[in-house]
Design a protein around this ligand. Structure first.
Ligand SMILES: Nc1nc2c(c(=O)[nH]1)N[C@H]1C(S)=C(S)[C@@H](COP(=O)(O)OP(=O)(O)OC[C@H]3O[C@@H](n4cnc5c(=O)[nH]c(N)nc54)[C@H](O)[C@@H]3O)O[C@H]1N2
Ligand SMILES: Nc1nc2c(c(=O)[nH]1)N[C@H]1C(S)=C(S)[C@@H](COP(=O)(O)OP(=O)(O)OC[C@H]3O[C@@H](n4cnc5c(=O)[nH]c(N)nc54)[C@H](O)[C@@H]3O)O[C@H]1N2
Ligand code: SF4
Ligand SMILES: [Mo]
Length: 762
């Protein structure tokens, strides 16, 4: 939909299908109401103190805070702190979970809690254990934890594993992988396996490195942003400020998303209180709604139009890329009919997008989970980057490929070597450090870890943050798999459903840790824009609590496992020394060696590309042709649903509501999509009518692993054939279908059947 052709957004045809409960603008007043409510509440003083503390924002990887102060970004711009960061802090400054919650409730009772209820219990404040055959979590001493953990890790290296989530520090991440690798284990599963692994996989092959090539400074030079499968109005709110500024300087925004996300049409940003906050700023010039999972077809279509019109930058391709002929050939030989049938976007809309891209000077291609959580996700990323290269938009300031990363330090985990695909340079550096060669097996990523555990091949698991149980597809399998692991150790700030459902066979230990702004020492983290921030030491509001820093726990455990040579782990309790090791062994991180003295935050060297010379063997970008996906959905029969039941089979998108952070739910409703509670399905009214379903009808949504009942139908601006439900609840109903090259599940295209709730169960 070309929004430049519509003058009045109230009658914007894109919004025709939206329900009455949905506002006409994203962001805006509810943000201010939220700020006011929380900053003026009894927790307000602590909230302000934390917001002003010199530490990196906890929430998303766009990154802000650090040494420049709570509200300033790396370019020195002020007012750069969004409501999501308040939401995240507010969750961490809650009082401790009362001891009685654990003494008075059996594990079965705790299992009845929802994600929302579990988080609202408060902060974890003492270590505890659930032993085999016991009904309650009991407090445990540190001595006993270390005894159990030391025994548990003295197993064959391939039978121990770790999982991590990107909120912990670089220092903790580095220690985790070092401890595991000294053990001889390469089983370093990480939440990025469920997230941007396809971006890393594809970009490494194409450009020789796997992160964004665009800095914030360079983004501010671009005159067009193509935003694919990303909803920054919810998940990276400050990116919205960049889009508003881009529109102000006459640039264009193309949004590619099966759902009309209201904030991507119009967004009211508090960073611009006068011109934007109340009235909203226009965001998308062009809004394309492909069938979920079909982005490759859309991008091949864009390429085909550019070829047909002679708009391909052939000289650039010849000079700076390899494999371009096959990519052009493949787009040429794919028919328009195949392209438009696969993606469900008209040829004229594809042409509009191609015209905007080719007539812009500096185009940034940004994407998130709509692209990566697909069965052909690596091809998705290839097709986007191919388009960037065909138009000469890689390797110059103001243009390029920009995966929009998730957790606030998820990218740092990858840099620190928390991955089963350890870079050769890091391996060599670690070998030098250890004075011996590292024999590393192929290792378990997150899905392989669940499969291996389910097959009884894992004895011990340490989870540095996160919620492995809720984050995975097929909750029944995840629970069963974890229950086959003898010892599961969780390090966490808050209780979550993983601690109640993801239970080990013999021992489940929950260790309470300091949040980023509470650690007794400085830590660092890395944003999606490759900027390293330093967080100062702090204190916790939890009086008399028995918390530990992640760095201390990992070094204590590693010391017990590995002794003092060749690494003196106890010395590494001071993270300054960890930073010295990072500087020696992690490419691009050399400057971290001085950060304690200089406090100088920095952009990692060798990542931001302003010239089309890439770290591949030939110095050229390598292009890959991308086959179109087969998106056939199963039939009613495949789901075993009787023909007499009116139904509709849809491609279900499982995504985030406005108020949740990953598996943790902060508020039950989603005001911007008009969804009043978590058990809703957002559908196109035409699909609902096919199954005789009125708005607000109660339905069953069934996948290949289970069903959710009493789900309320909400009509919304979703393209036909697609629907949306919230994660993690939806993980109960489908099995993992993964992209084989990256291991990432297709969370954004879950085949499901929707039918009216049988009267007897109402
Ligand atoms: N407040 C908040 N911030 C967060 C998070 C959070 O939970 N809450 N999580 C963090 C993390 S770990 C991550 S990974 C990011 C996630 O950030 P996002 O990727 O923005 O989040 P999602 O809600 O999973 O999905 C994004 C969009 O993909 C679209 N989509 C679905 N299928 C397709 C498709 O086939 N093609 C296209 N083009 N689009 C599609 C959906 O309609 C949705 O708008 O956010 C990070 N920031
Ligand atoms: N269906 C579906 N499933 C998905 C997705 C989807 O879009 N759809 N998205 C996937 C994505 S992108 C991701 S990234 C994963 C997220 O999966 P995870 O990263 O595993 O889960 P989170 O919900 O982010 O983890 C939250 C927990 O982290 C702990 N925590 C918070 N801060 C800290 C800290 O500083 N230290 C420690 N040690 N613990 C801390 C708290 O106990 C909190 O309860 O889920 C994936 N699963
Ligand atoms: S955009 Fe992300 S990093 Fe920036 S303040 Fe908001 S949550 Fe924090
Ligand atoms: Mo993520």
């Amino acid at each position: 939909m070309d929004l430049d052709q519509t003058t009045d957004n109230q009658s914007n045809p894109l919004l025709e299908d939206k329900n009455d409960a949905t506002p006409n603008i994203g962001g805006s007043l509810p943000i201010i109401e939220y700020w006011a409510k929380h900053t003026l509440s009894p927790e307000g003083a602590k909230l302000w103190q934390t917001l002003l503390h010199k530490s990196a924002c906890l929430s998303c990887a766009w990154g802000t805070g650090g040494q420049k102060g709570g509200f300033t970004n790396e370019n020195g711009e002020k007012l750069q702190r969004c409501m999501k960061s308040v939401e995240a802090i507010s969750a961490e400054i809650k009082p401790p979970v009362p001891v009685s919650i654990f003494t008075e409730n059996t594990i079965e009772q705790l299992q009845k809690l929802t994600s929302y209820e579990a988080d609202r219990l408060g902060r974890l404040s003492f270590p505890m254990i659930l032993r085999e055959g016991q009904s309650h979590y009991d407090r445990i001493s540190w001595q006993e934890i270390y005894n159990i953990a030391t025994d548990a890790f003295q197993k064959q290296p391939e039978r121990v594993a770790s999982y991590s989530s990107g909120r912990s520090s670089n220092e903790a991440a580095y220690l985790l992988q070092l401890m595991m690798r000294v053990l001889g284990s390469n089983n370093l599963a990480d939440c990025s396996d469920l997230c941007h692994a396809p971006s890393t996989t594809a970009l490494k092959q194409m450009f020789g490195f796997g992160t964004s090539m665009v800095s914030l400074e360079n983004l501010e030079k671009s005159d067009c942003v193509v935003l694919i499968g990303s909803n920054p109005a919810y998940n990276h709110p400050r990116l919205m400020n960049e889009l508003i500024k881009l529109r102000d300087r006459g640039g264009k925004v193309i949004v590619i998303n099966p759902i009309v996300e209201i904030g991507l049409v119009k967004f009211g940003s508090p960073a611009f209180p006068i011109k934007s906050l109340l009235t909203g700023s226009d965001i998308a010039n062009l809004y394309l709604q492909p069938i979920p999972g079909s982005d490759v077809a859309l991008f091949v279509g864009i390429q085909k139009y550019l070829i047909e019109q002679g708009l391909v930058k052939t000289a650039y391709l010849q000079a700076h890329t390899e494999g371009w002929e096959a990519v052009l050939e493949s787009a040429t030989s794919t028919s328009w009919e195949t392209i438009t049938n696969t993606c469900g976007v008209t040829k004229s809309e594809i042409e509009s997008a191609a015209k905007v891209i080719s007539s812009s000077q500096l185009v940034v291609f940004g994407w998130a989970m709509g692209v990566t959580q697909q069965a052909n996700s690596v091809d998705n990323v290839f097709s986007i980057a191919n388009t960037a290269l065909i138009t000469g938009n890689a390797g110059k300031a103001g243009a390029g490929t920009m995966p929009i990363r998730g957790h606030s330090n998820v990218q740092g985990f990858g840099s620190m070597g928390v991955t089963i695909h350890l870079k050769k340079e890091i391996k060599t550096a670690l070998e030098k450090l250890l004075g011996r060669s590292l024999e590393l097996a192929s290792g378990y990523d997150t899905r392989k870890l669940i499969e291996a555990a389910d097959a009884g091949k894992v004895d011990t698991l340490i989870c540095l943050g996160g919620n492995l149980f809720s984050a995975n597809p097929d909750s029944t399998q995840a629970k069963r798999a974890l229950a086959k692991i003898d010892t599961v150790i969780y390090l966490a700030t808050k209780p979550n459903l993983g601690h109640f459902h993801g239970l080990g066979k013999k021992n489940t230990i929950v260790i309470p840790v300091f949040a980023r702004f509470e650690n007794p020492h400085k830590t660092t983290s890395e944003s999606g824009n490759n900027f390293v921030r330093l967080s100062d030491e702090g204190t916790t509001h939890l009086k008399d609590a028995d918390l530990i820093s992640e760095v201390e726990f990992l070094t204590q455990l590693a010391h017990r496992l590995h002794g003092v040579s060749p690494i003196n782990w106890l010395k590494l309790q001071n993270p300054q020394y960890v930073r010295q090791l990072i500087a020696q062994t992690i490419p691009g991180y050399e400057k971290i060696a001085q950060i304690d003295a200089t406090k100088e935050e920095f952009t990692i060297s060798g990542r931001i590309f302003t010239e089309p010379k890439f770290p591949t063997p030939s110095g050229k970008a390598i292009m890959f042709a991308t086959p179109l996906p087969d998106l056939t959905l199963p039939t009613q029969e495949d789901f075993g649903v009787s023909e007499s039941v009116p139904n509709v089979v849809i491609a279900l998108i499982t995504a985030r509501s406005y108020s949740q952070h990953n598996t943790v739910v902060y508020k039950l409703h989603d005001q911007y999509r008009g969804m009043p509670h978590r058990n809703c399905i957002l559908m196109n009214h035409k699909d609902a009518e096919k199954a005789n379903l009125e708005s607000r009808a109660l339905v069953t949504v069934q996948g290949d692993a289970g069903k959710l009942e009493n789900v309320e139908v909400i009509y919304g601006s979703v393209r036909q054939g697609a629907a949306l439900m919230f994660y993690p609840e939806a993980n109960a109903i489908f099995k993992a279908r993964i992209d084989v090259r990256s291991g990432t599940p297709a969370f954004k295209r879950v085949p499901a059947i929707v039918y009216a709730q049988p009267i007897s169960t109402l």
